[in-house]
Design a protein around this ligand. Structure first.
Ligand code: GAL
Length: 866
């Protein structure tokens, strides 16, 4: 298969995010021109060539896909490996038998994103990592370890289980050695089990028990981790080594005390999140997971619900390392293989993450949640996980019918919204059942907006009740905070996401629910949560103080703070001191005058903090700031803003800024504007054009001419139709045409010729074309050879011969590729901010990002290699 004209790209990749927006697109999926309704943009093929050395012969070679959206078929050297539907769980294929050792191998993947699994943006393509795994035939099965701990006074009893799989014929004894290392790399415990190798293509479970004294427990505040190395020894030789990160901690739900981590009640301050981010869609570089989890931690959050599907493994790694509890959720409720096997895979993959404290087996299945069908399904779905992981409870997010159906029997009740039922009444009826608010909020806010603007689809960022049956974040948190029996609440959502633009439709392409926008820029509610979720003093004033034209008009000024009292000053004049109610906020009505609005916070009668909002001048400079991201070296996230001549951030700026990078590549741009239809990614565009109407004439000599003679018009006949391959003519001339519509000015046009004869010369519109040096069958066609519209191609070639009648001689002359280079990366600021996500090229040189816009001073940021 000739894939020379295909686009070169890196994984992870989401092609949906690269498409333009269309009103005909799916509202729930963010109106991208891909997926439902866009068949021509919904199926993607990927090809990759890899070399497997001869020395790997005898090993088990597997391809592991962490996640492909969705309905994916894979071939290896033409062998069909299987179909995998789920866009959220990974899959693995053993390809050992199909490998061409020592030479090139071809992987082909077909991805079909025509159908939706959820009601939110889901991306399209190989959007998570793919790994090539090589093991001995006798090895630890993939996701084959399970490490649990039982914490006693000053030690922990550890049980380490390993499933050993044998894909070879060895039948003797084996040893399984488990060695635990602490974070500093010191061995803290080890154990060895002996036994027989499992039979051919069978597996066996080996269980080791040992003790770790004075264990450093995993906690959201101190995310201590350990590492278990499982080694398989066959006749004294280590044949496999497998690493598992784990943590030692205890979890428990209690109907009175809520959730307990390491024996102490811990209120869950959670958010729900989908998996996409500005610029990159669902194809997040690993570092972006850390960026996002860090942002949630900075808000005071300690828990994350993967709504409504299993996450990428790197998200859980970030949660383990940064200290964030996780509800891990499966996509579909049901009791058949597809449902239960997905649950099994999710649990086997994720069970060693200390961050994961609860499995969720469903969310808002409206038709069944309140009835007996839902009950029956949940009975199975919550008992089934216990056979794989007895250490974690199961929940379901329930939105209607509290007190009946699933809610009457689920292990941990998941309340989706206090407006959907009487939580206290439910509690009274089922006093033994622990519960938590799996969803609360669904409030609307646009970052940096302080007046609703229905025409522009902007919602003001004050924390107000969004709809009659929904509550503000403050109302929600007060309810949960005041009830110790409720383990906590998960806000819908931490970050905005593409799709679900409730309460609007086109051209709103992202949600309005997030505490932060799609880039992770905070909306003002973040400061309410920092005040009451976090443990640091907070003082935050909203709105900004740039209200030119509104002089003398009353403006709502709110303060989020955890100080005892706050005094507000306008241009140094006190507007009064107010007492802060616990879990509340403060409000003033202020007649606008430009200048300085200052809040002073007092603790125990003494000034603790102050915060100002100043009316700024017009934009003068661009400022680029690199965000600090723990553990990330594959990505840099830049905040772009503009400042006035006094270096004050201009909160209303919306300049369009252009970006260029050296020593890296830009992965995506965003700004948090829910109605922005700007490009997320600037990528080259490739269109492939067929050569049509191929005709031929036989030639008397095999001369490959330098100039195109004129051939008698009535001698042309359809090419290859009647051809005596055993006794061909000395040469043939072929004529075909291809059409380039609206010739893009900077396009590069290439003819990828496929041999229709051993020797050939190519003419475009009568002029001879020259092949490239690196590939004699590739012709980069200069502009003077081409024209807009119809182009004529002539090929004079000696004939291909067939040895056997059944041989297939190529009759396809190849195709024309029109490549339009990626445009200049750019993005408008939205209310003062934009974001650029950049990936260093790994060369070990500096990376340099430059931001420019007309009329302002540009900015450059240089990042030394890590
Ligand atoms: C919930 C649902 C979420 C999201 C949210 C928006 O009912 O579980 O996925 O759709 O509503 O308010």
């Amino acid at each position: 298969f000739d894939d020379r004209a295909w686009r070169l790209l890196d994984l992870p990749h989401d092609w949906a995010v690269e498409q333009s927006f269309s009103e005909k697109g799916s509202p729930s999926h963010g109106f991208k021109a891909s997926g439902k309704g866009f068949p021509e943009r919904s199926i993607g093929w990927y090809r990759k060539k890899i070399t497997v050395p001869q020395s790997d012969l005898g090993k088990i070679i597997s391809l592991q896909f962490d996640g492909v959206y969705r309905n994916c078929k894979v071939w290896f050297n033409g062998h069909f490996l299987g179909t995998w539907e789920s866009g959220y769980m990974g899959f693995q294929y053993d390809v050992s038998a199909y490998v061409n050792y020592g030479i090139e191998n071809t992987i082909a993947v077909r991805v079909d994103a025509s159908m939706e699994e959820g009601w939110y943006y889901e991306g399209a393509g190989i959007y998570r990592h793919v790994h090539l795994l090589k093991t001995d035939p006798l090895h630890v099965a993939q996701n084959g370890t399970s490490i649990t701990s039982d914490i006693k006074n000053d030690f922990a009893d550890i049980t380490a289980q390993a499933t050993i799989e044998n894909k070879g014929h060895y039948t003797g004894n084996i040893e399984i050695m488990q060695t635990a290392y602490d974070a500093a790399g010191k061995v803290v415990a080890s154990a060895t089990e002996k036994g027989n190798a499992p039979g051919f293509y069978k597996s066996a479970l080996f269980t080791s028990a040992f003790r770790i004294s004075n264990p450093k427990l995993w906690h959201v505040d101190t995310p201590n981790l350990y590492r278990m190395v499982t080694q398989v020894r066959q006749e004294g030789r280590i044949v496999d080594s497998y690493e598992t990160t784990f943590g030692i901690r205890s979890i428990r739900f209690d109907a009175e005390e809520g959730f307990l981590l390491n024996g102490k009640p811990l209120k869950l301050k959670g958010t729900n999140n989908h998996q996409d981010h500005a610029g990159v869609g669902t194809a997040l570089p690993d570092g972006l997971q850390y960026f996002r989890i860090q942002k949630l931690k900075e808000m005071g959050s300690n828990a994350y619900r993967c709504s409504h599907h299993p996450p990428t493994p790197e998200l859980l790694e970030a949660c383990d390392r940064l200290g964030m509890l996780v509800i891990d959720e499966t996509r579909l409720m049901g009791i058949n293989d597809y449902h239960l096997e997905t649950v099994r895979q999710m649990i086997e993959r994720d069970r060693n993450h200390p961050s994961v404290f609860c499995w969720s087996v469903g969310n808002e299945e409206w038709k069944i949640e309140g009835n007996i069908t839902g009950e029956r399904i949940t009975h199975i779905m919550q008992d089934f996980p216990k056979s794989i992981d007895p250490t974690r409870p199961v929940t379901v997010g329930i939105s209607s019918g509290f007190r009946s159906g699933i809610s009457s029997m689920v292990e941990v009740m998941g309340y989706n919204y206090m407006g959907n039922g009487d939580i206290d009444a439910h509690r009274k009826q089922f006093p033994q059942q622990p519960g938590m608010g799996t969803e609360e909020g669904s409030t609307f806010a646009t970052r940096g907006i302080y007046f609703d603007d229905e025409a522009k689809h902007y919602k003001s960022a004050y924390d107000r009740k969004p709809r009659p049956s929904f509550y503000s974040i403050e109302e929600g948190w007060k309810f949960y905070a005041e009830r110790p029996y409720l383990a906590g609440m998960f806000i819908w959502t931490g970050f905005d996401y593409r799709g679900e633009p409730t309460p609007y439709g086109w051209p709103s392409v992202t949600s309005y629910f997030g505490m932060m926008d799609v880039c992770g820029f905070p909306k003002d509610n973040v400061y309410y949560l920092k005040s009451w979720w976090g443990d640091k003093p907070v003082l935050h004033i909203l709105p900004h103080w740039n209200w030119q034209g509104m002089e003398g008009k009353e403006i709502d000024v709110w303060v989020h703070s955890n100080c005892d009292e706050v005094e507000l000053f306008l241009n140094k004049k006190s507007l009064g001191k107010k007492k802060m109610e616990k879990l509340g906020h403060l409000e003033w009505k202020v007649k606008y005058q430009p200048g300085t609005l200052e809040a002073v916070g007092y603790k125990d009668g003494r000034k603790q903090l102050s915060e100002v909002r100043k009316t700024t001048g017009v934009p003068a400079n661009i400022r680029l700031t690199q965000n600090k991201i723990p553990h990330a070296n594959d990505v840099a996230v830049f905040t772009v803003e503009v400042t006035d001549k006094n270096s004050l951030h201009v909160p209303t700026a919306n300049n369009e800024v252009s970006f260029s990078v050296k020593g890296g590549k830009i992965l995506g741009v965003g700004n948090g504007d829910p109605t922005s239809l700007e490009k997320d990614r600037f990528v080259e565009d490739i269109s492939l054009i067929k050569i049509t109407g191929l005709q031929e004439q036989a030639l008397a000599t095999a001369e490959l001419l330098q100039q195109l003679p004129s051939y008698p018009e009535n001698n042309w006949k359809p090419a290859f139709e009647i051809r005596d391959y055993k006794n061909p003519k000395p040469a043939y001339v072929y004529r075909g045409s291809f059409e380039i519509k609206d010739f893009p000015e900077n396009a590069v046009v290439t003819f990828f010729y496929q041999k229709i004869g051993p020797d050939a010369v190519v003419f475009i519109n009568g002029k001879k074309a020259t092949p490239t040096k690196e590939d004699a069958q590739k012709y980069v066609l200069s502009a003077d050879l081409l024209k807009n519209g119809n182009n004529t191609l002539h090929i004079i070639a000696t004939p291909l011969r067939k040895v056997n009648d059944w041989d297939a001689a190529n009759t396809d002359p190849g195709m024309i590729q029109v490549l339009t280079p990626a445009g200049q990366w750019r993005r408008k600021l939205f209310n003062g901010y934009a974001q650029v996500i950049v990936q260093p090229d790994g060369s070990g040189n500096d990376m340099q990002l430059t931001a420019t816009t007309v009329g302002l001073k540009s900015a450059t940021s240089v990042i030394p290699p890590k």
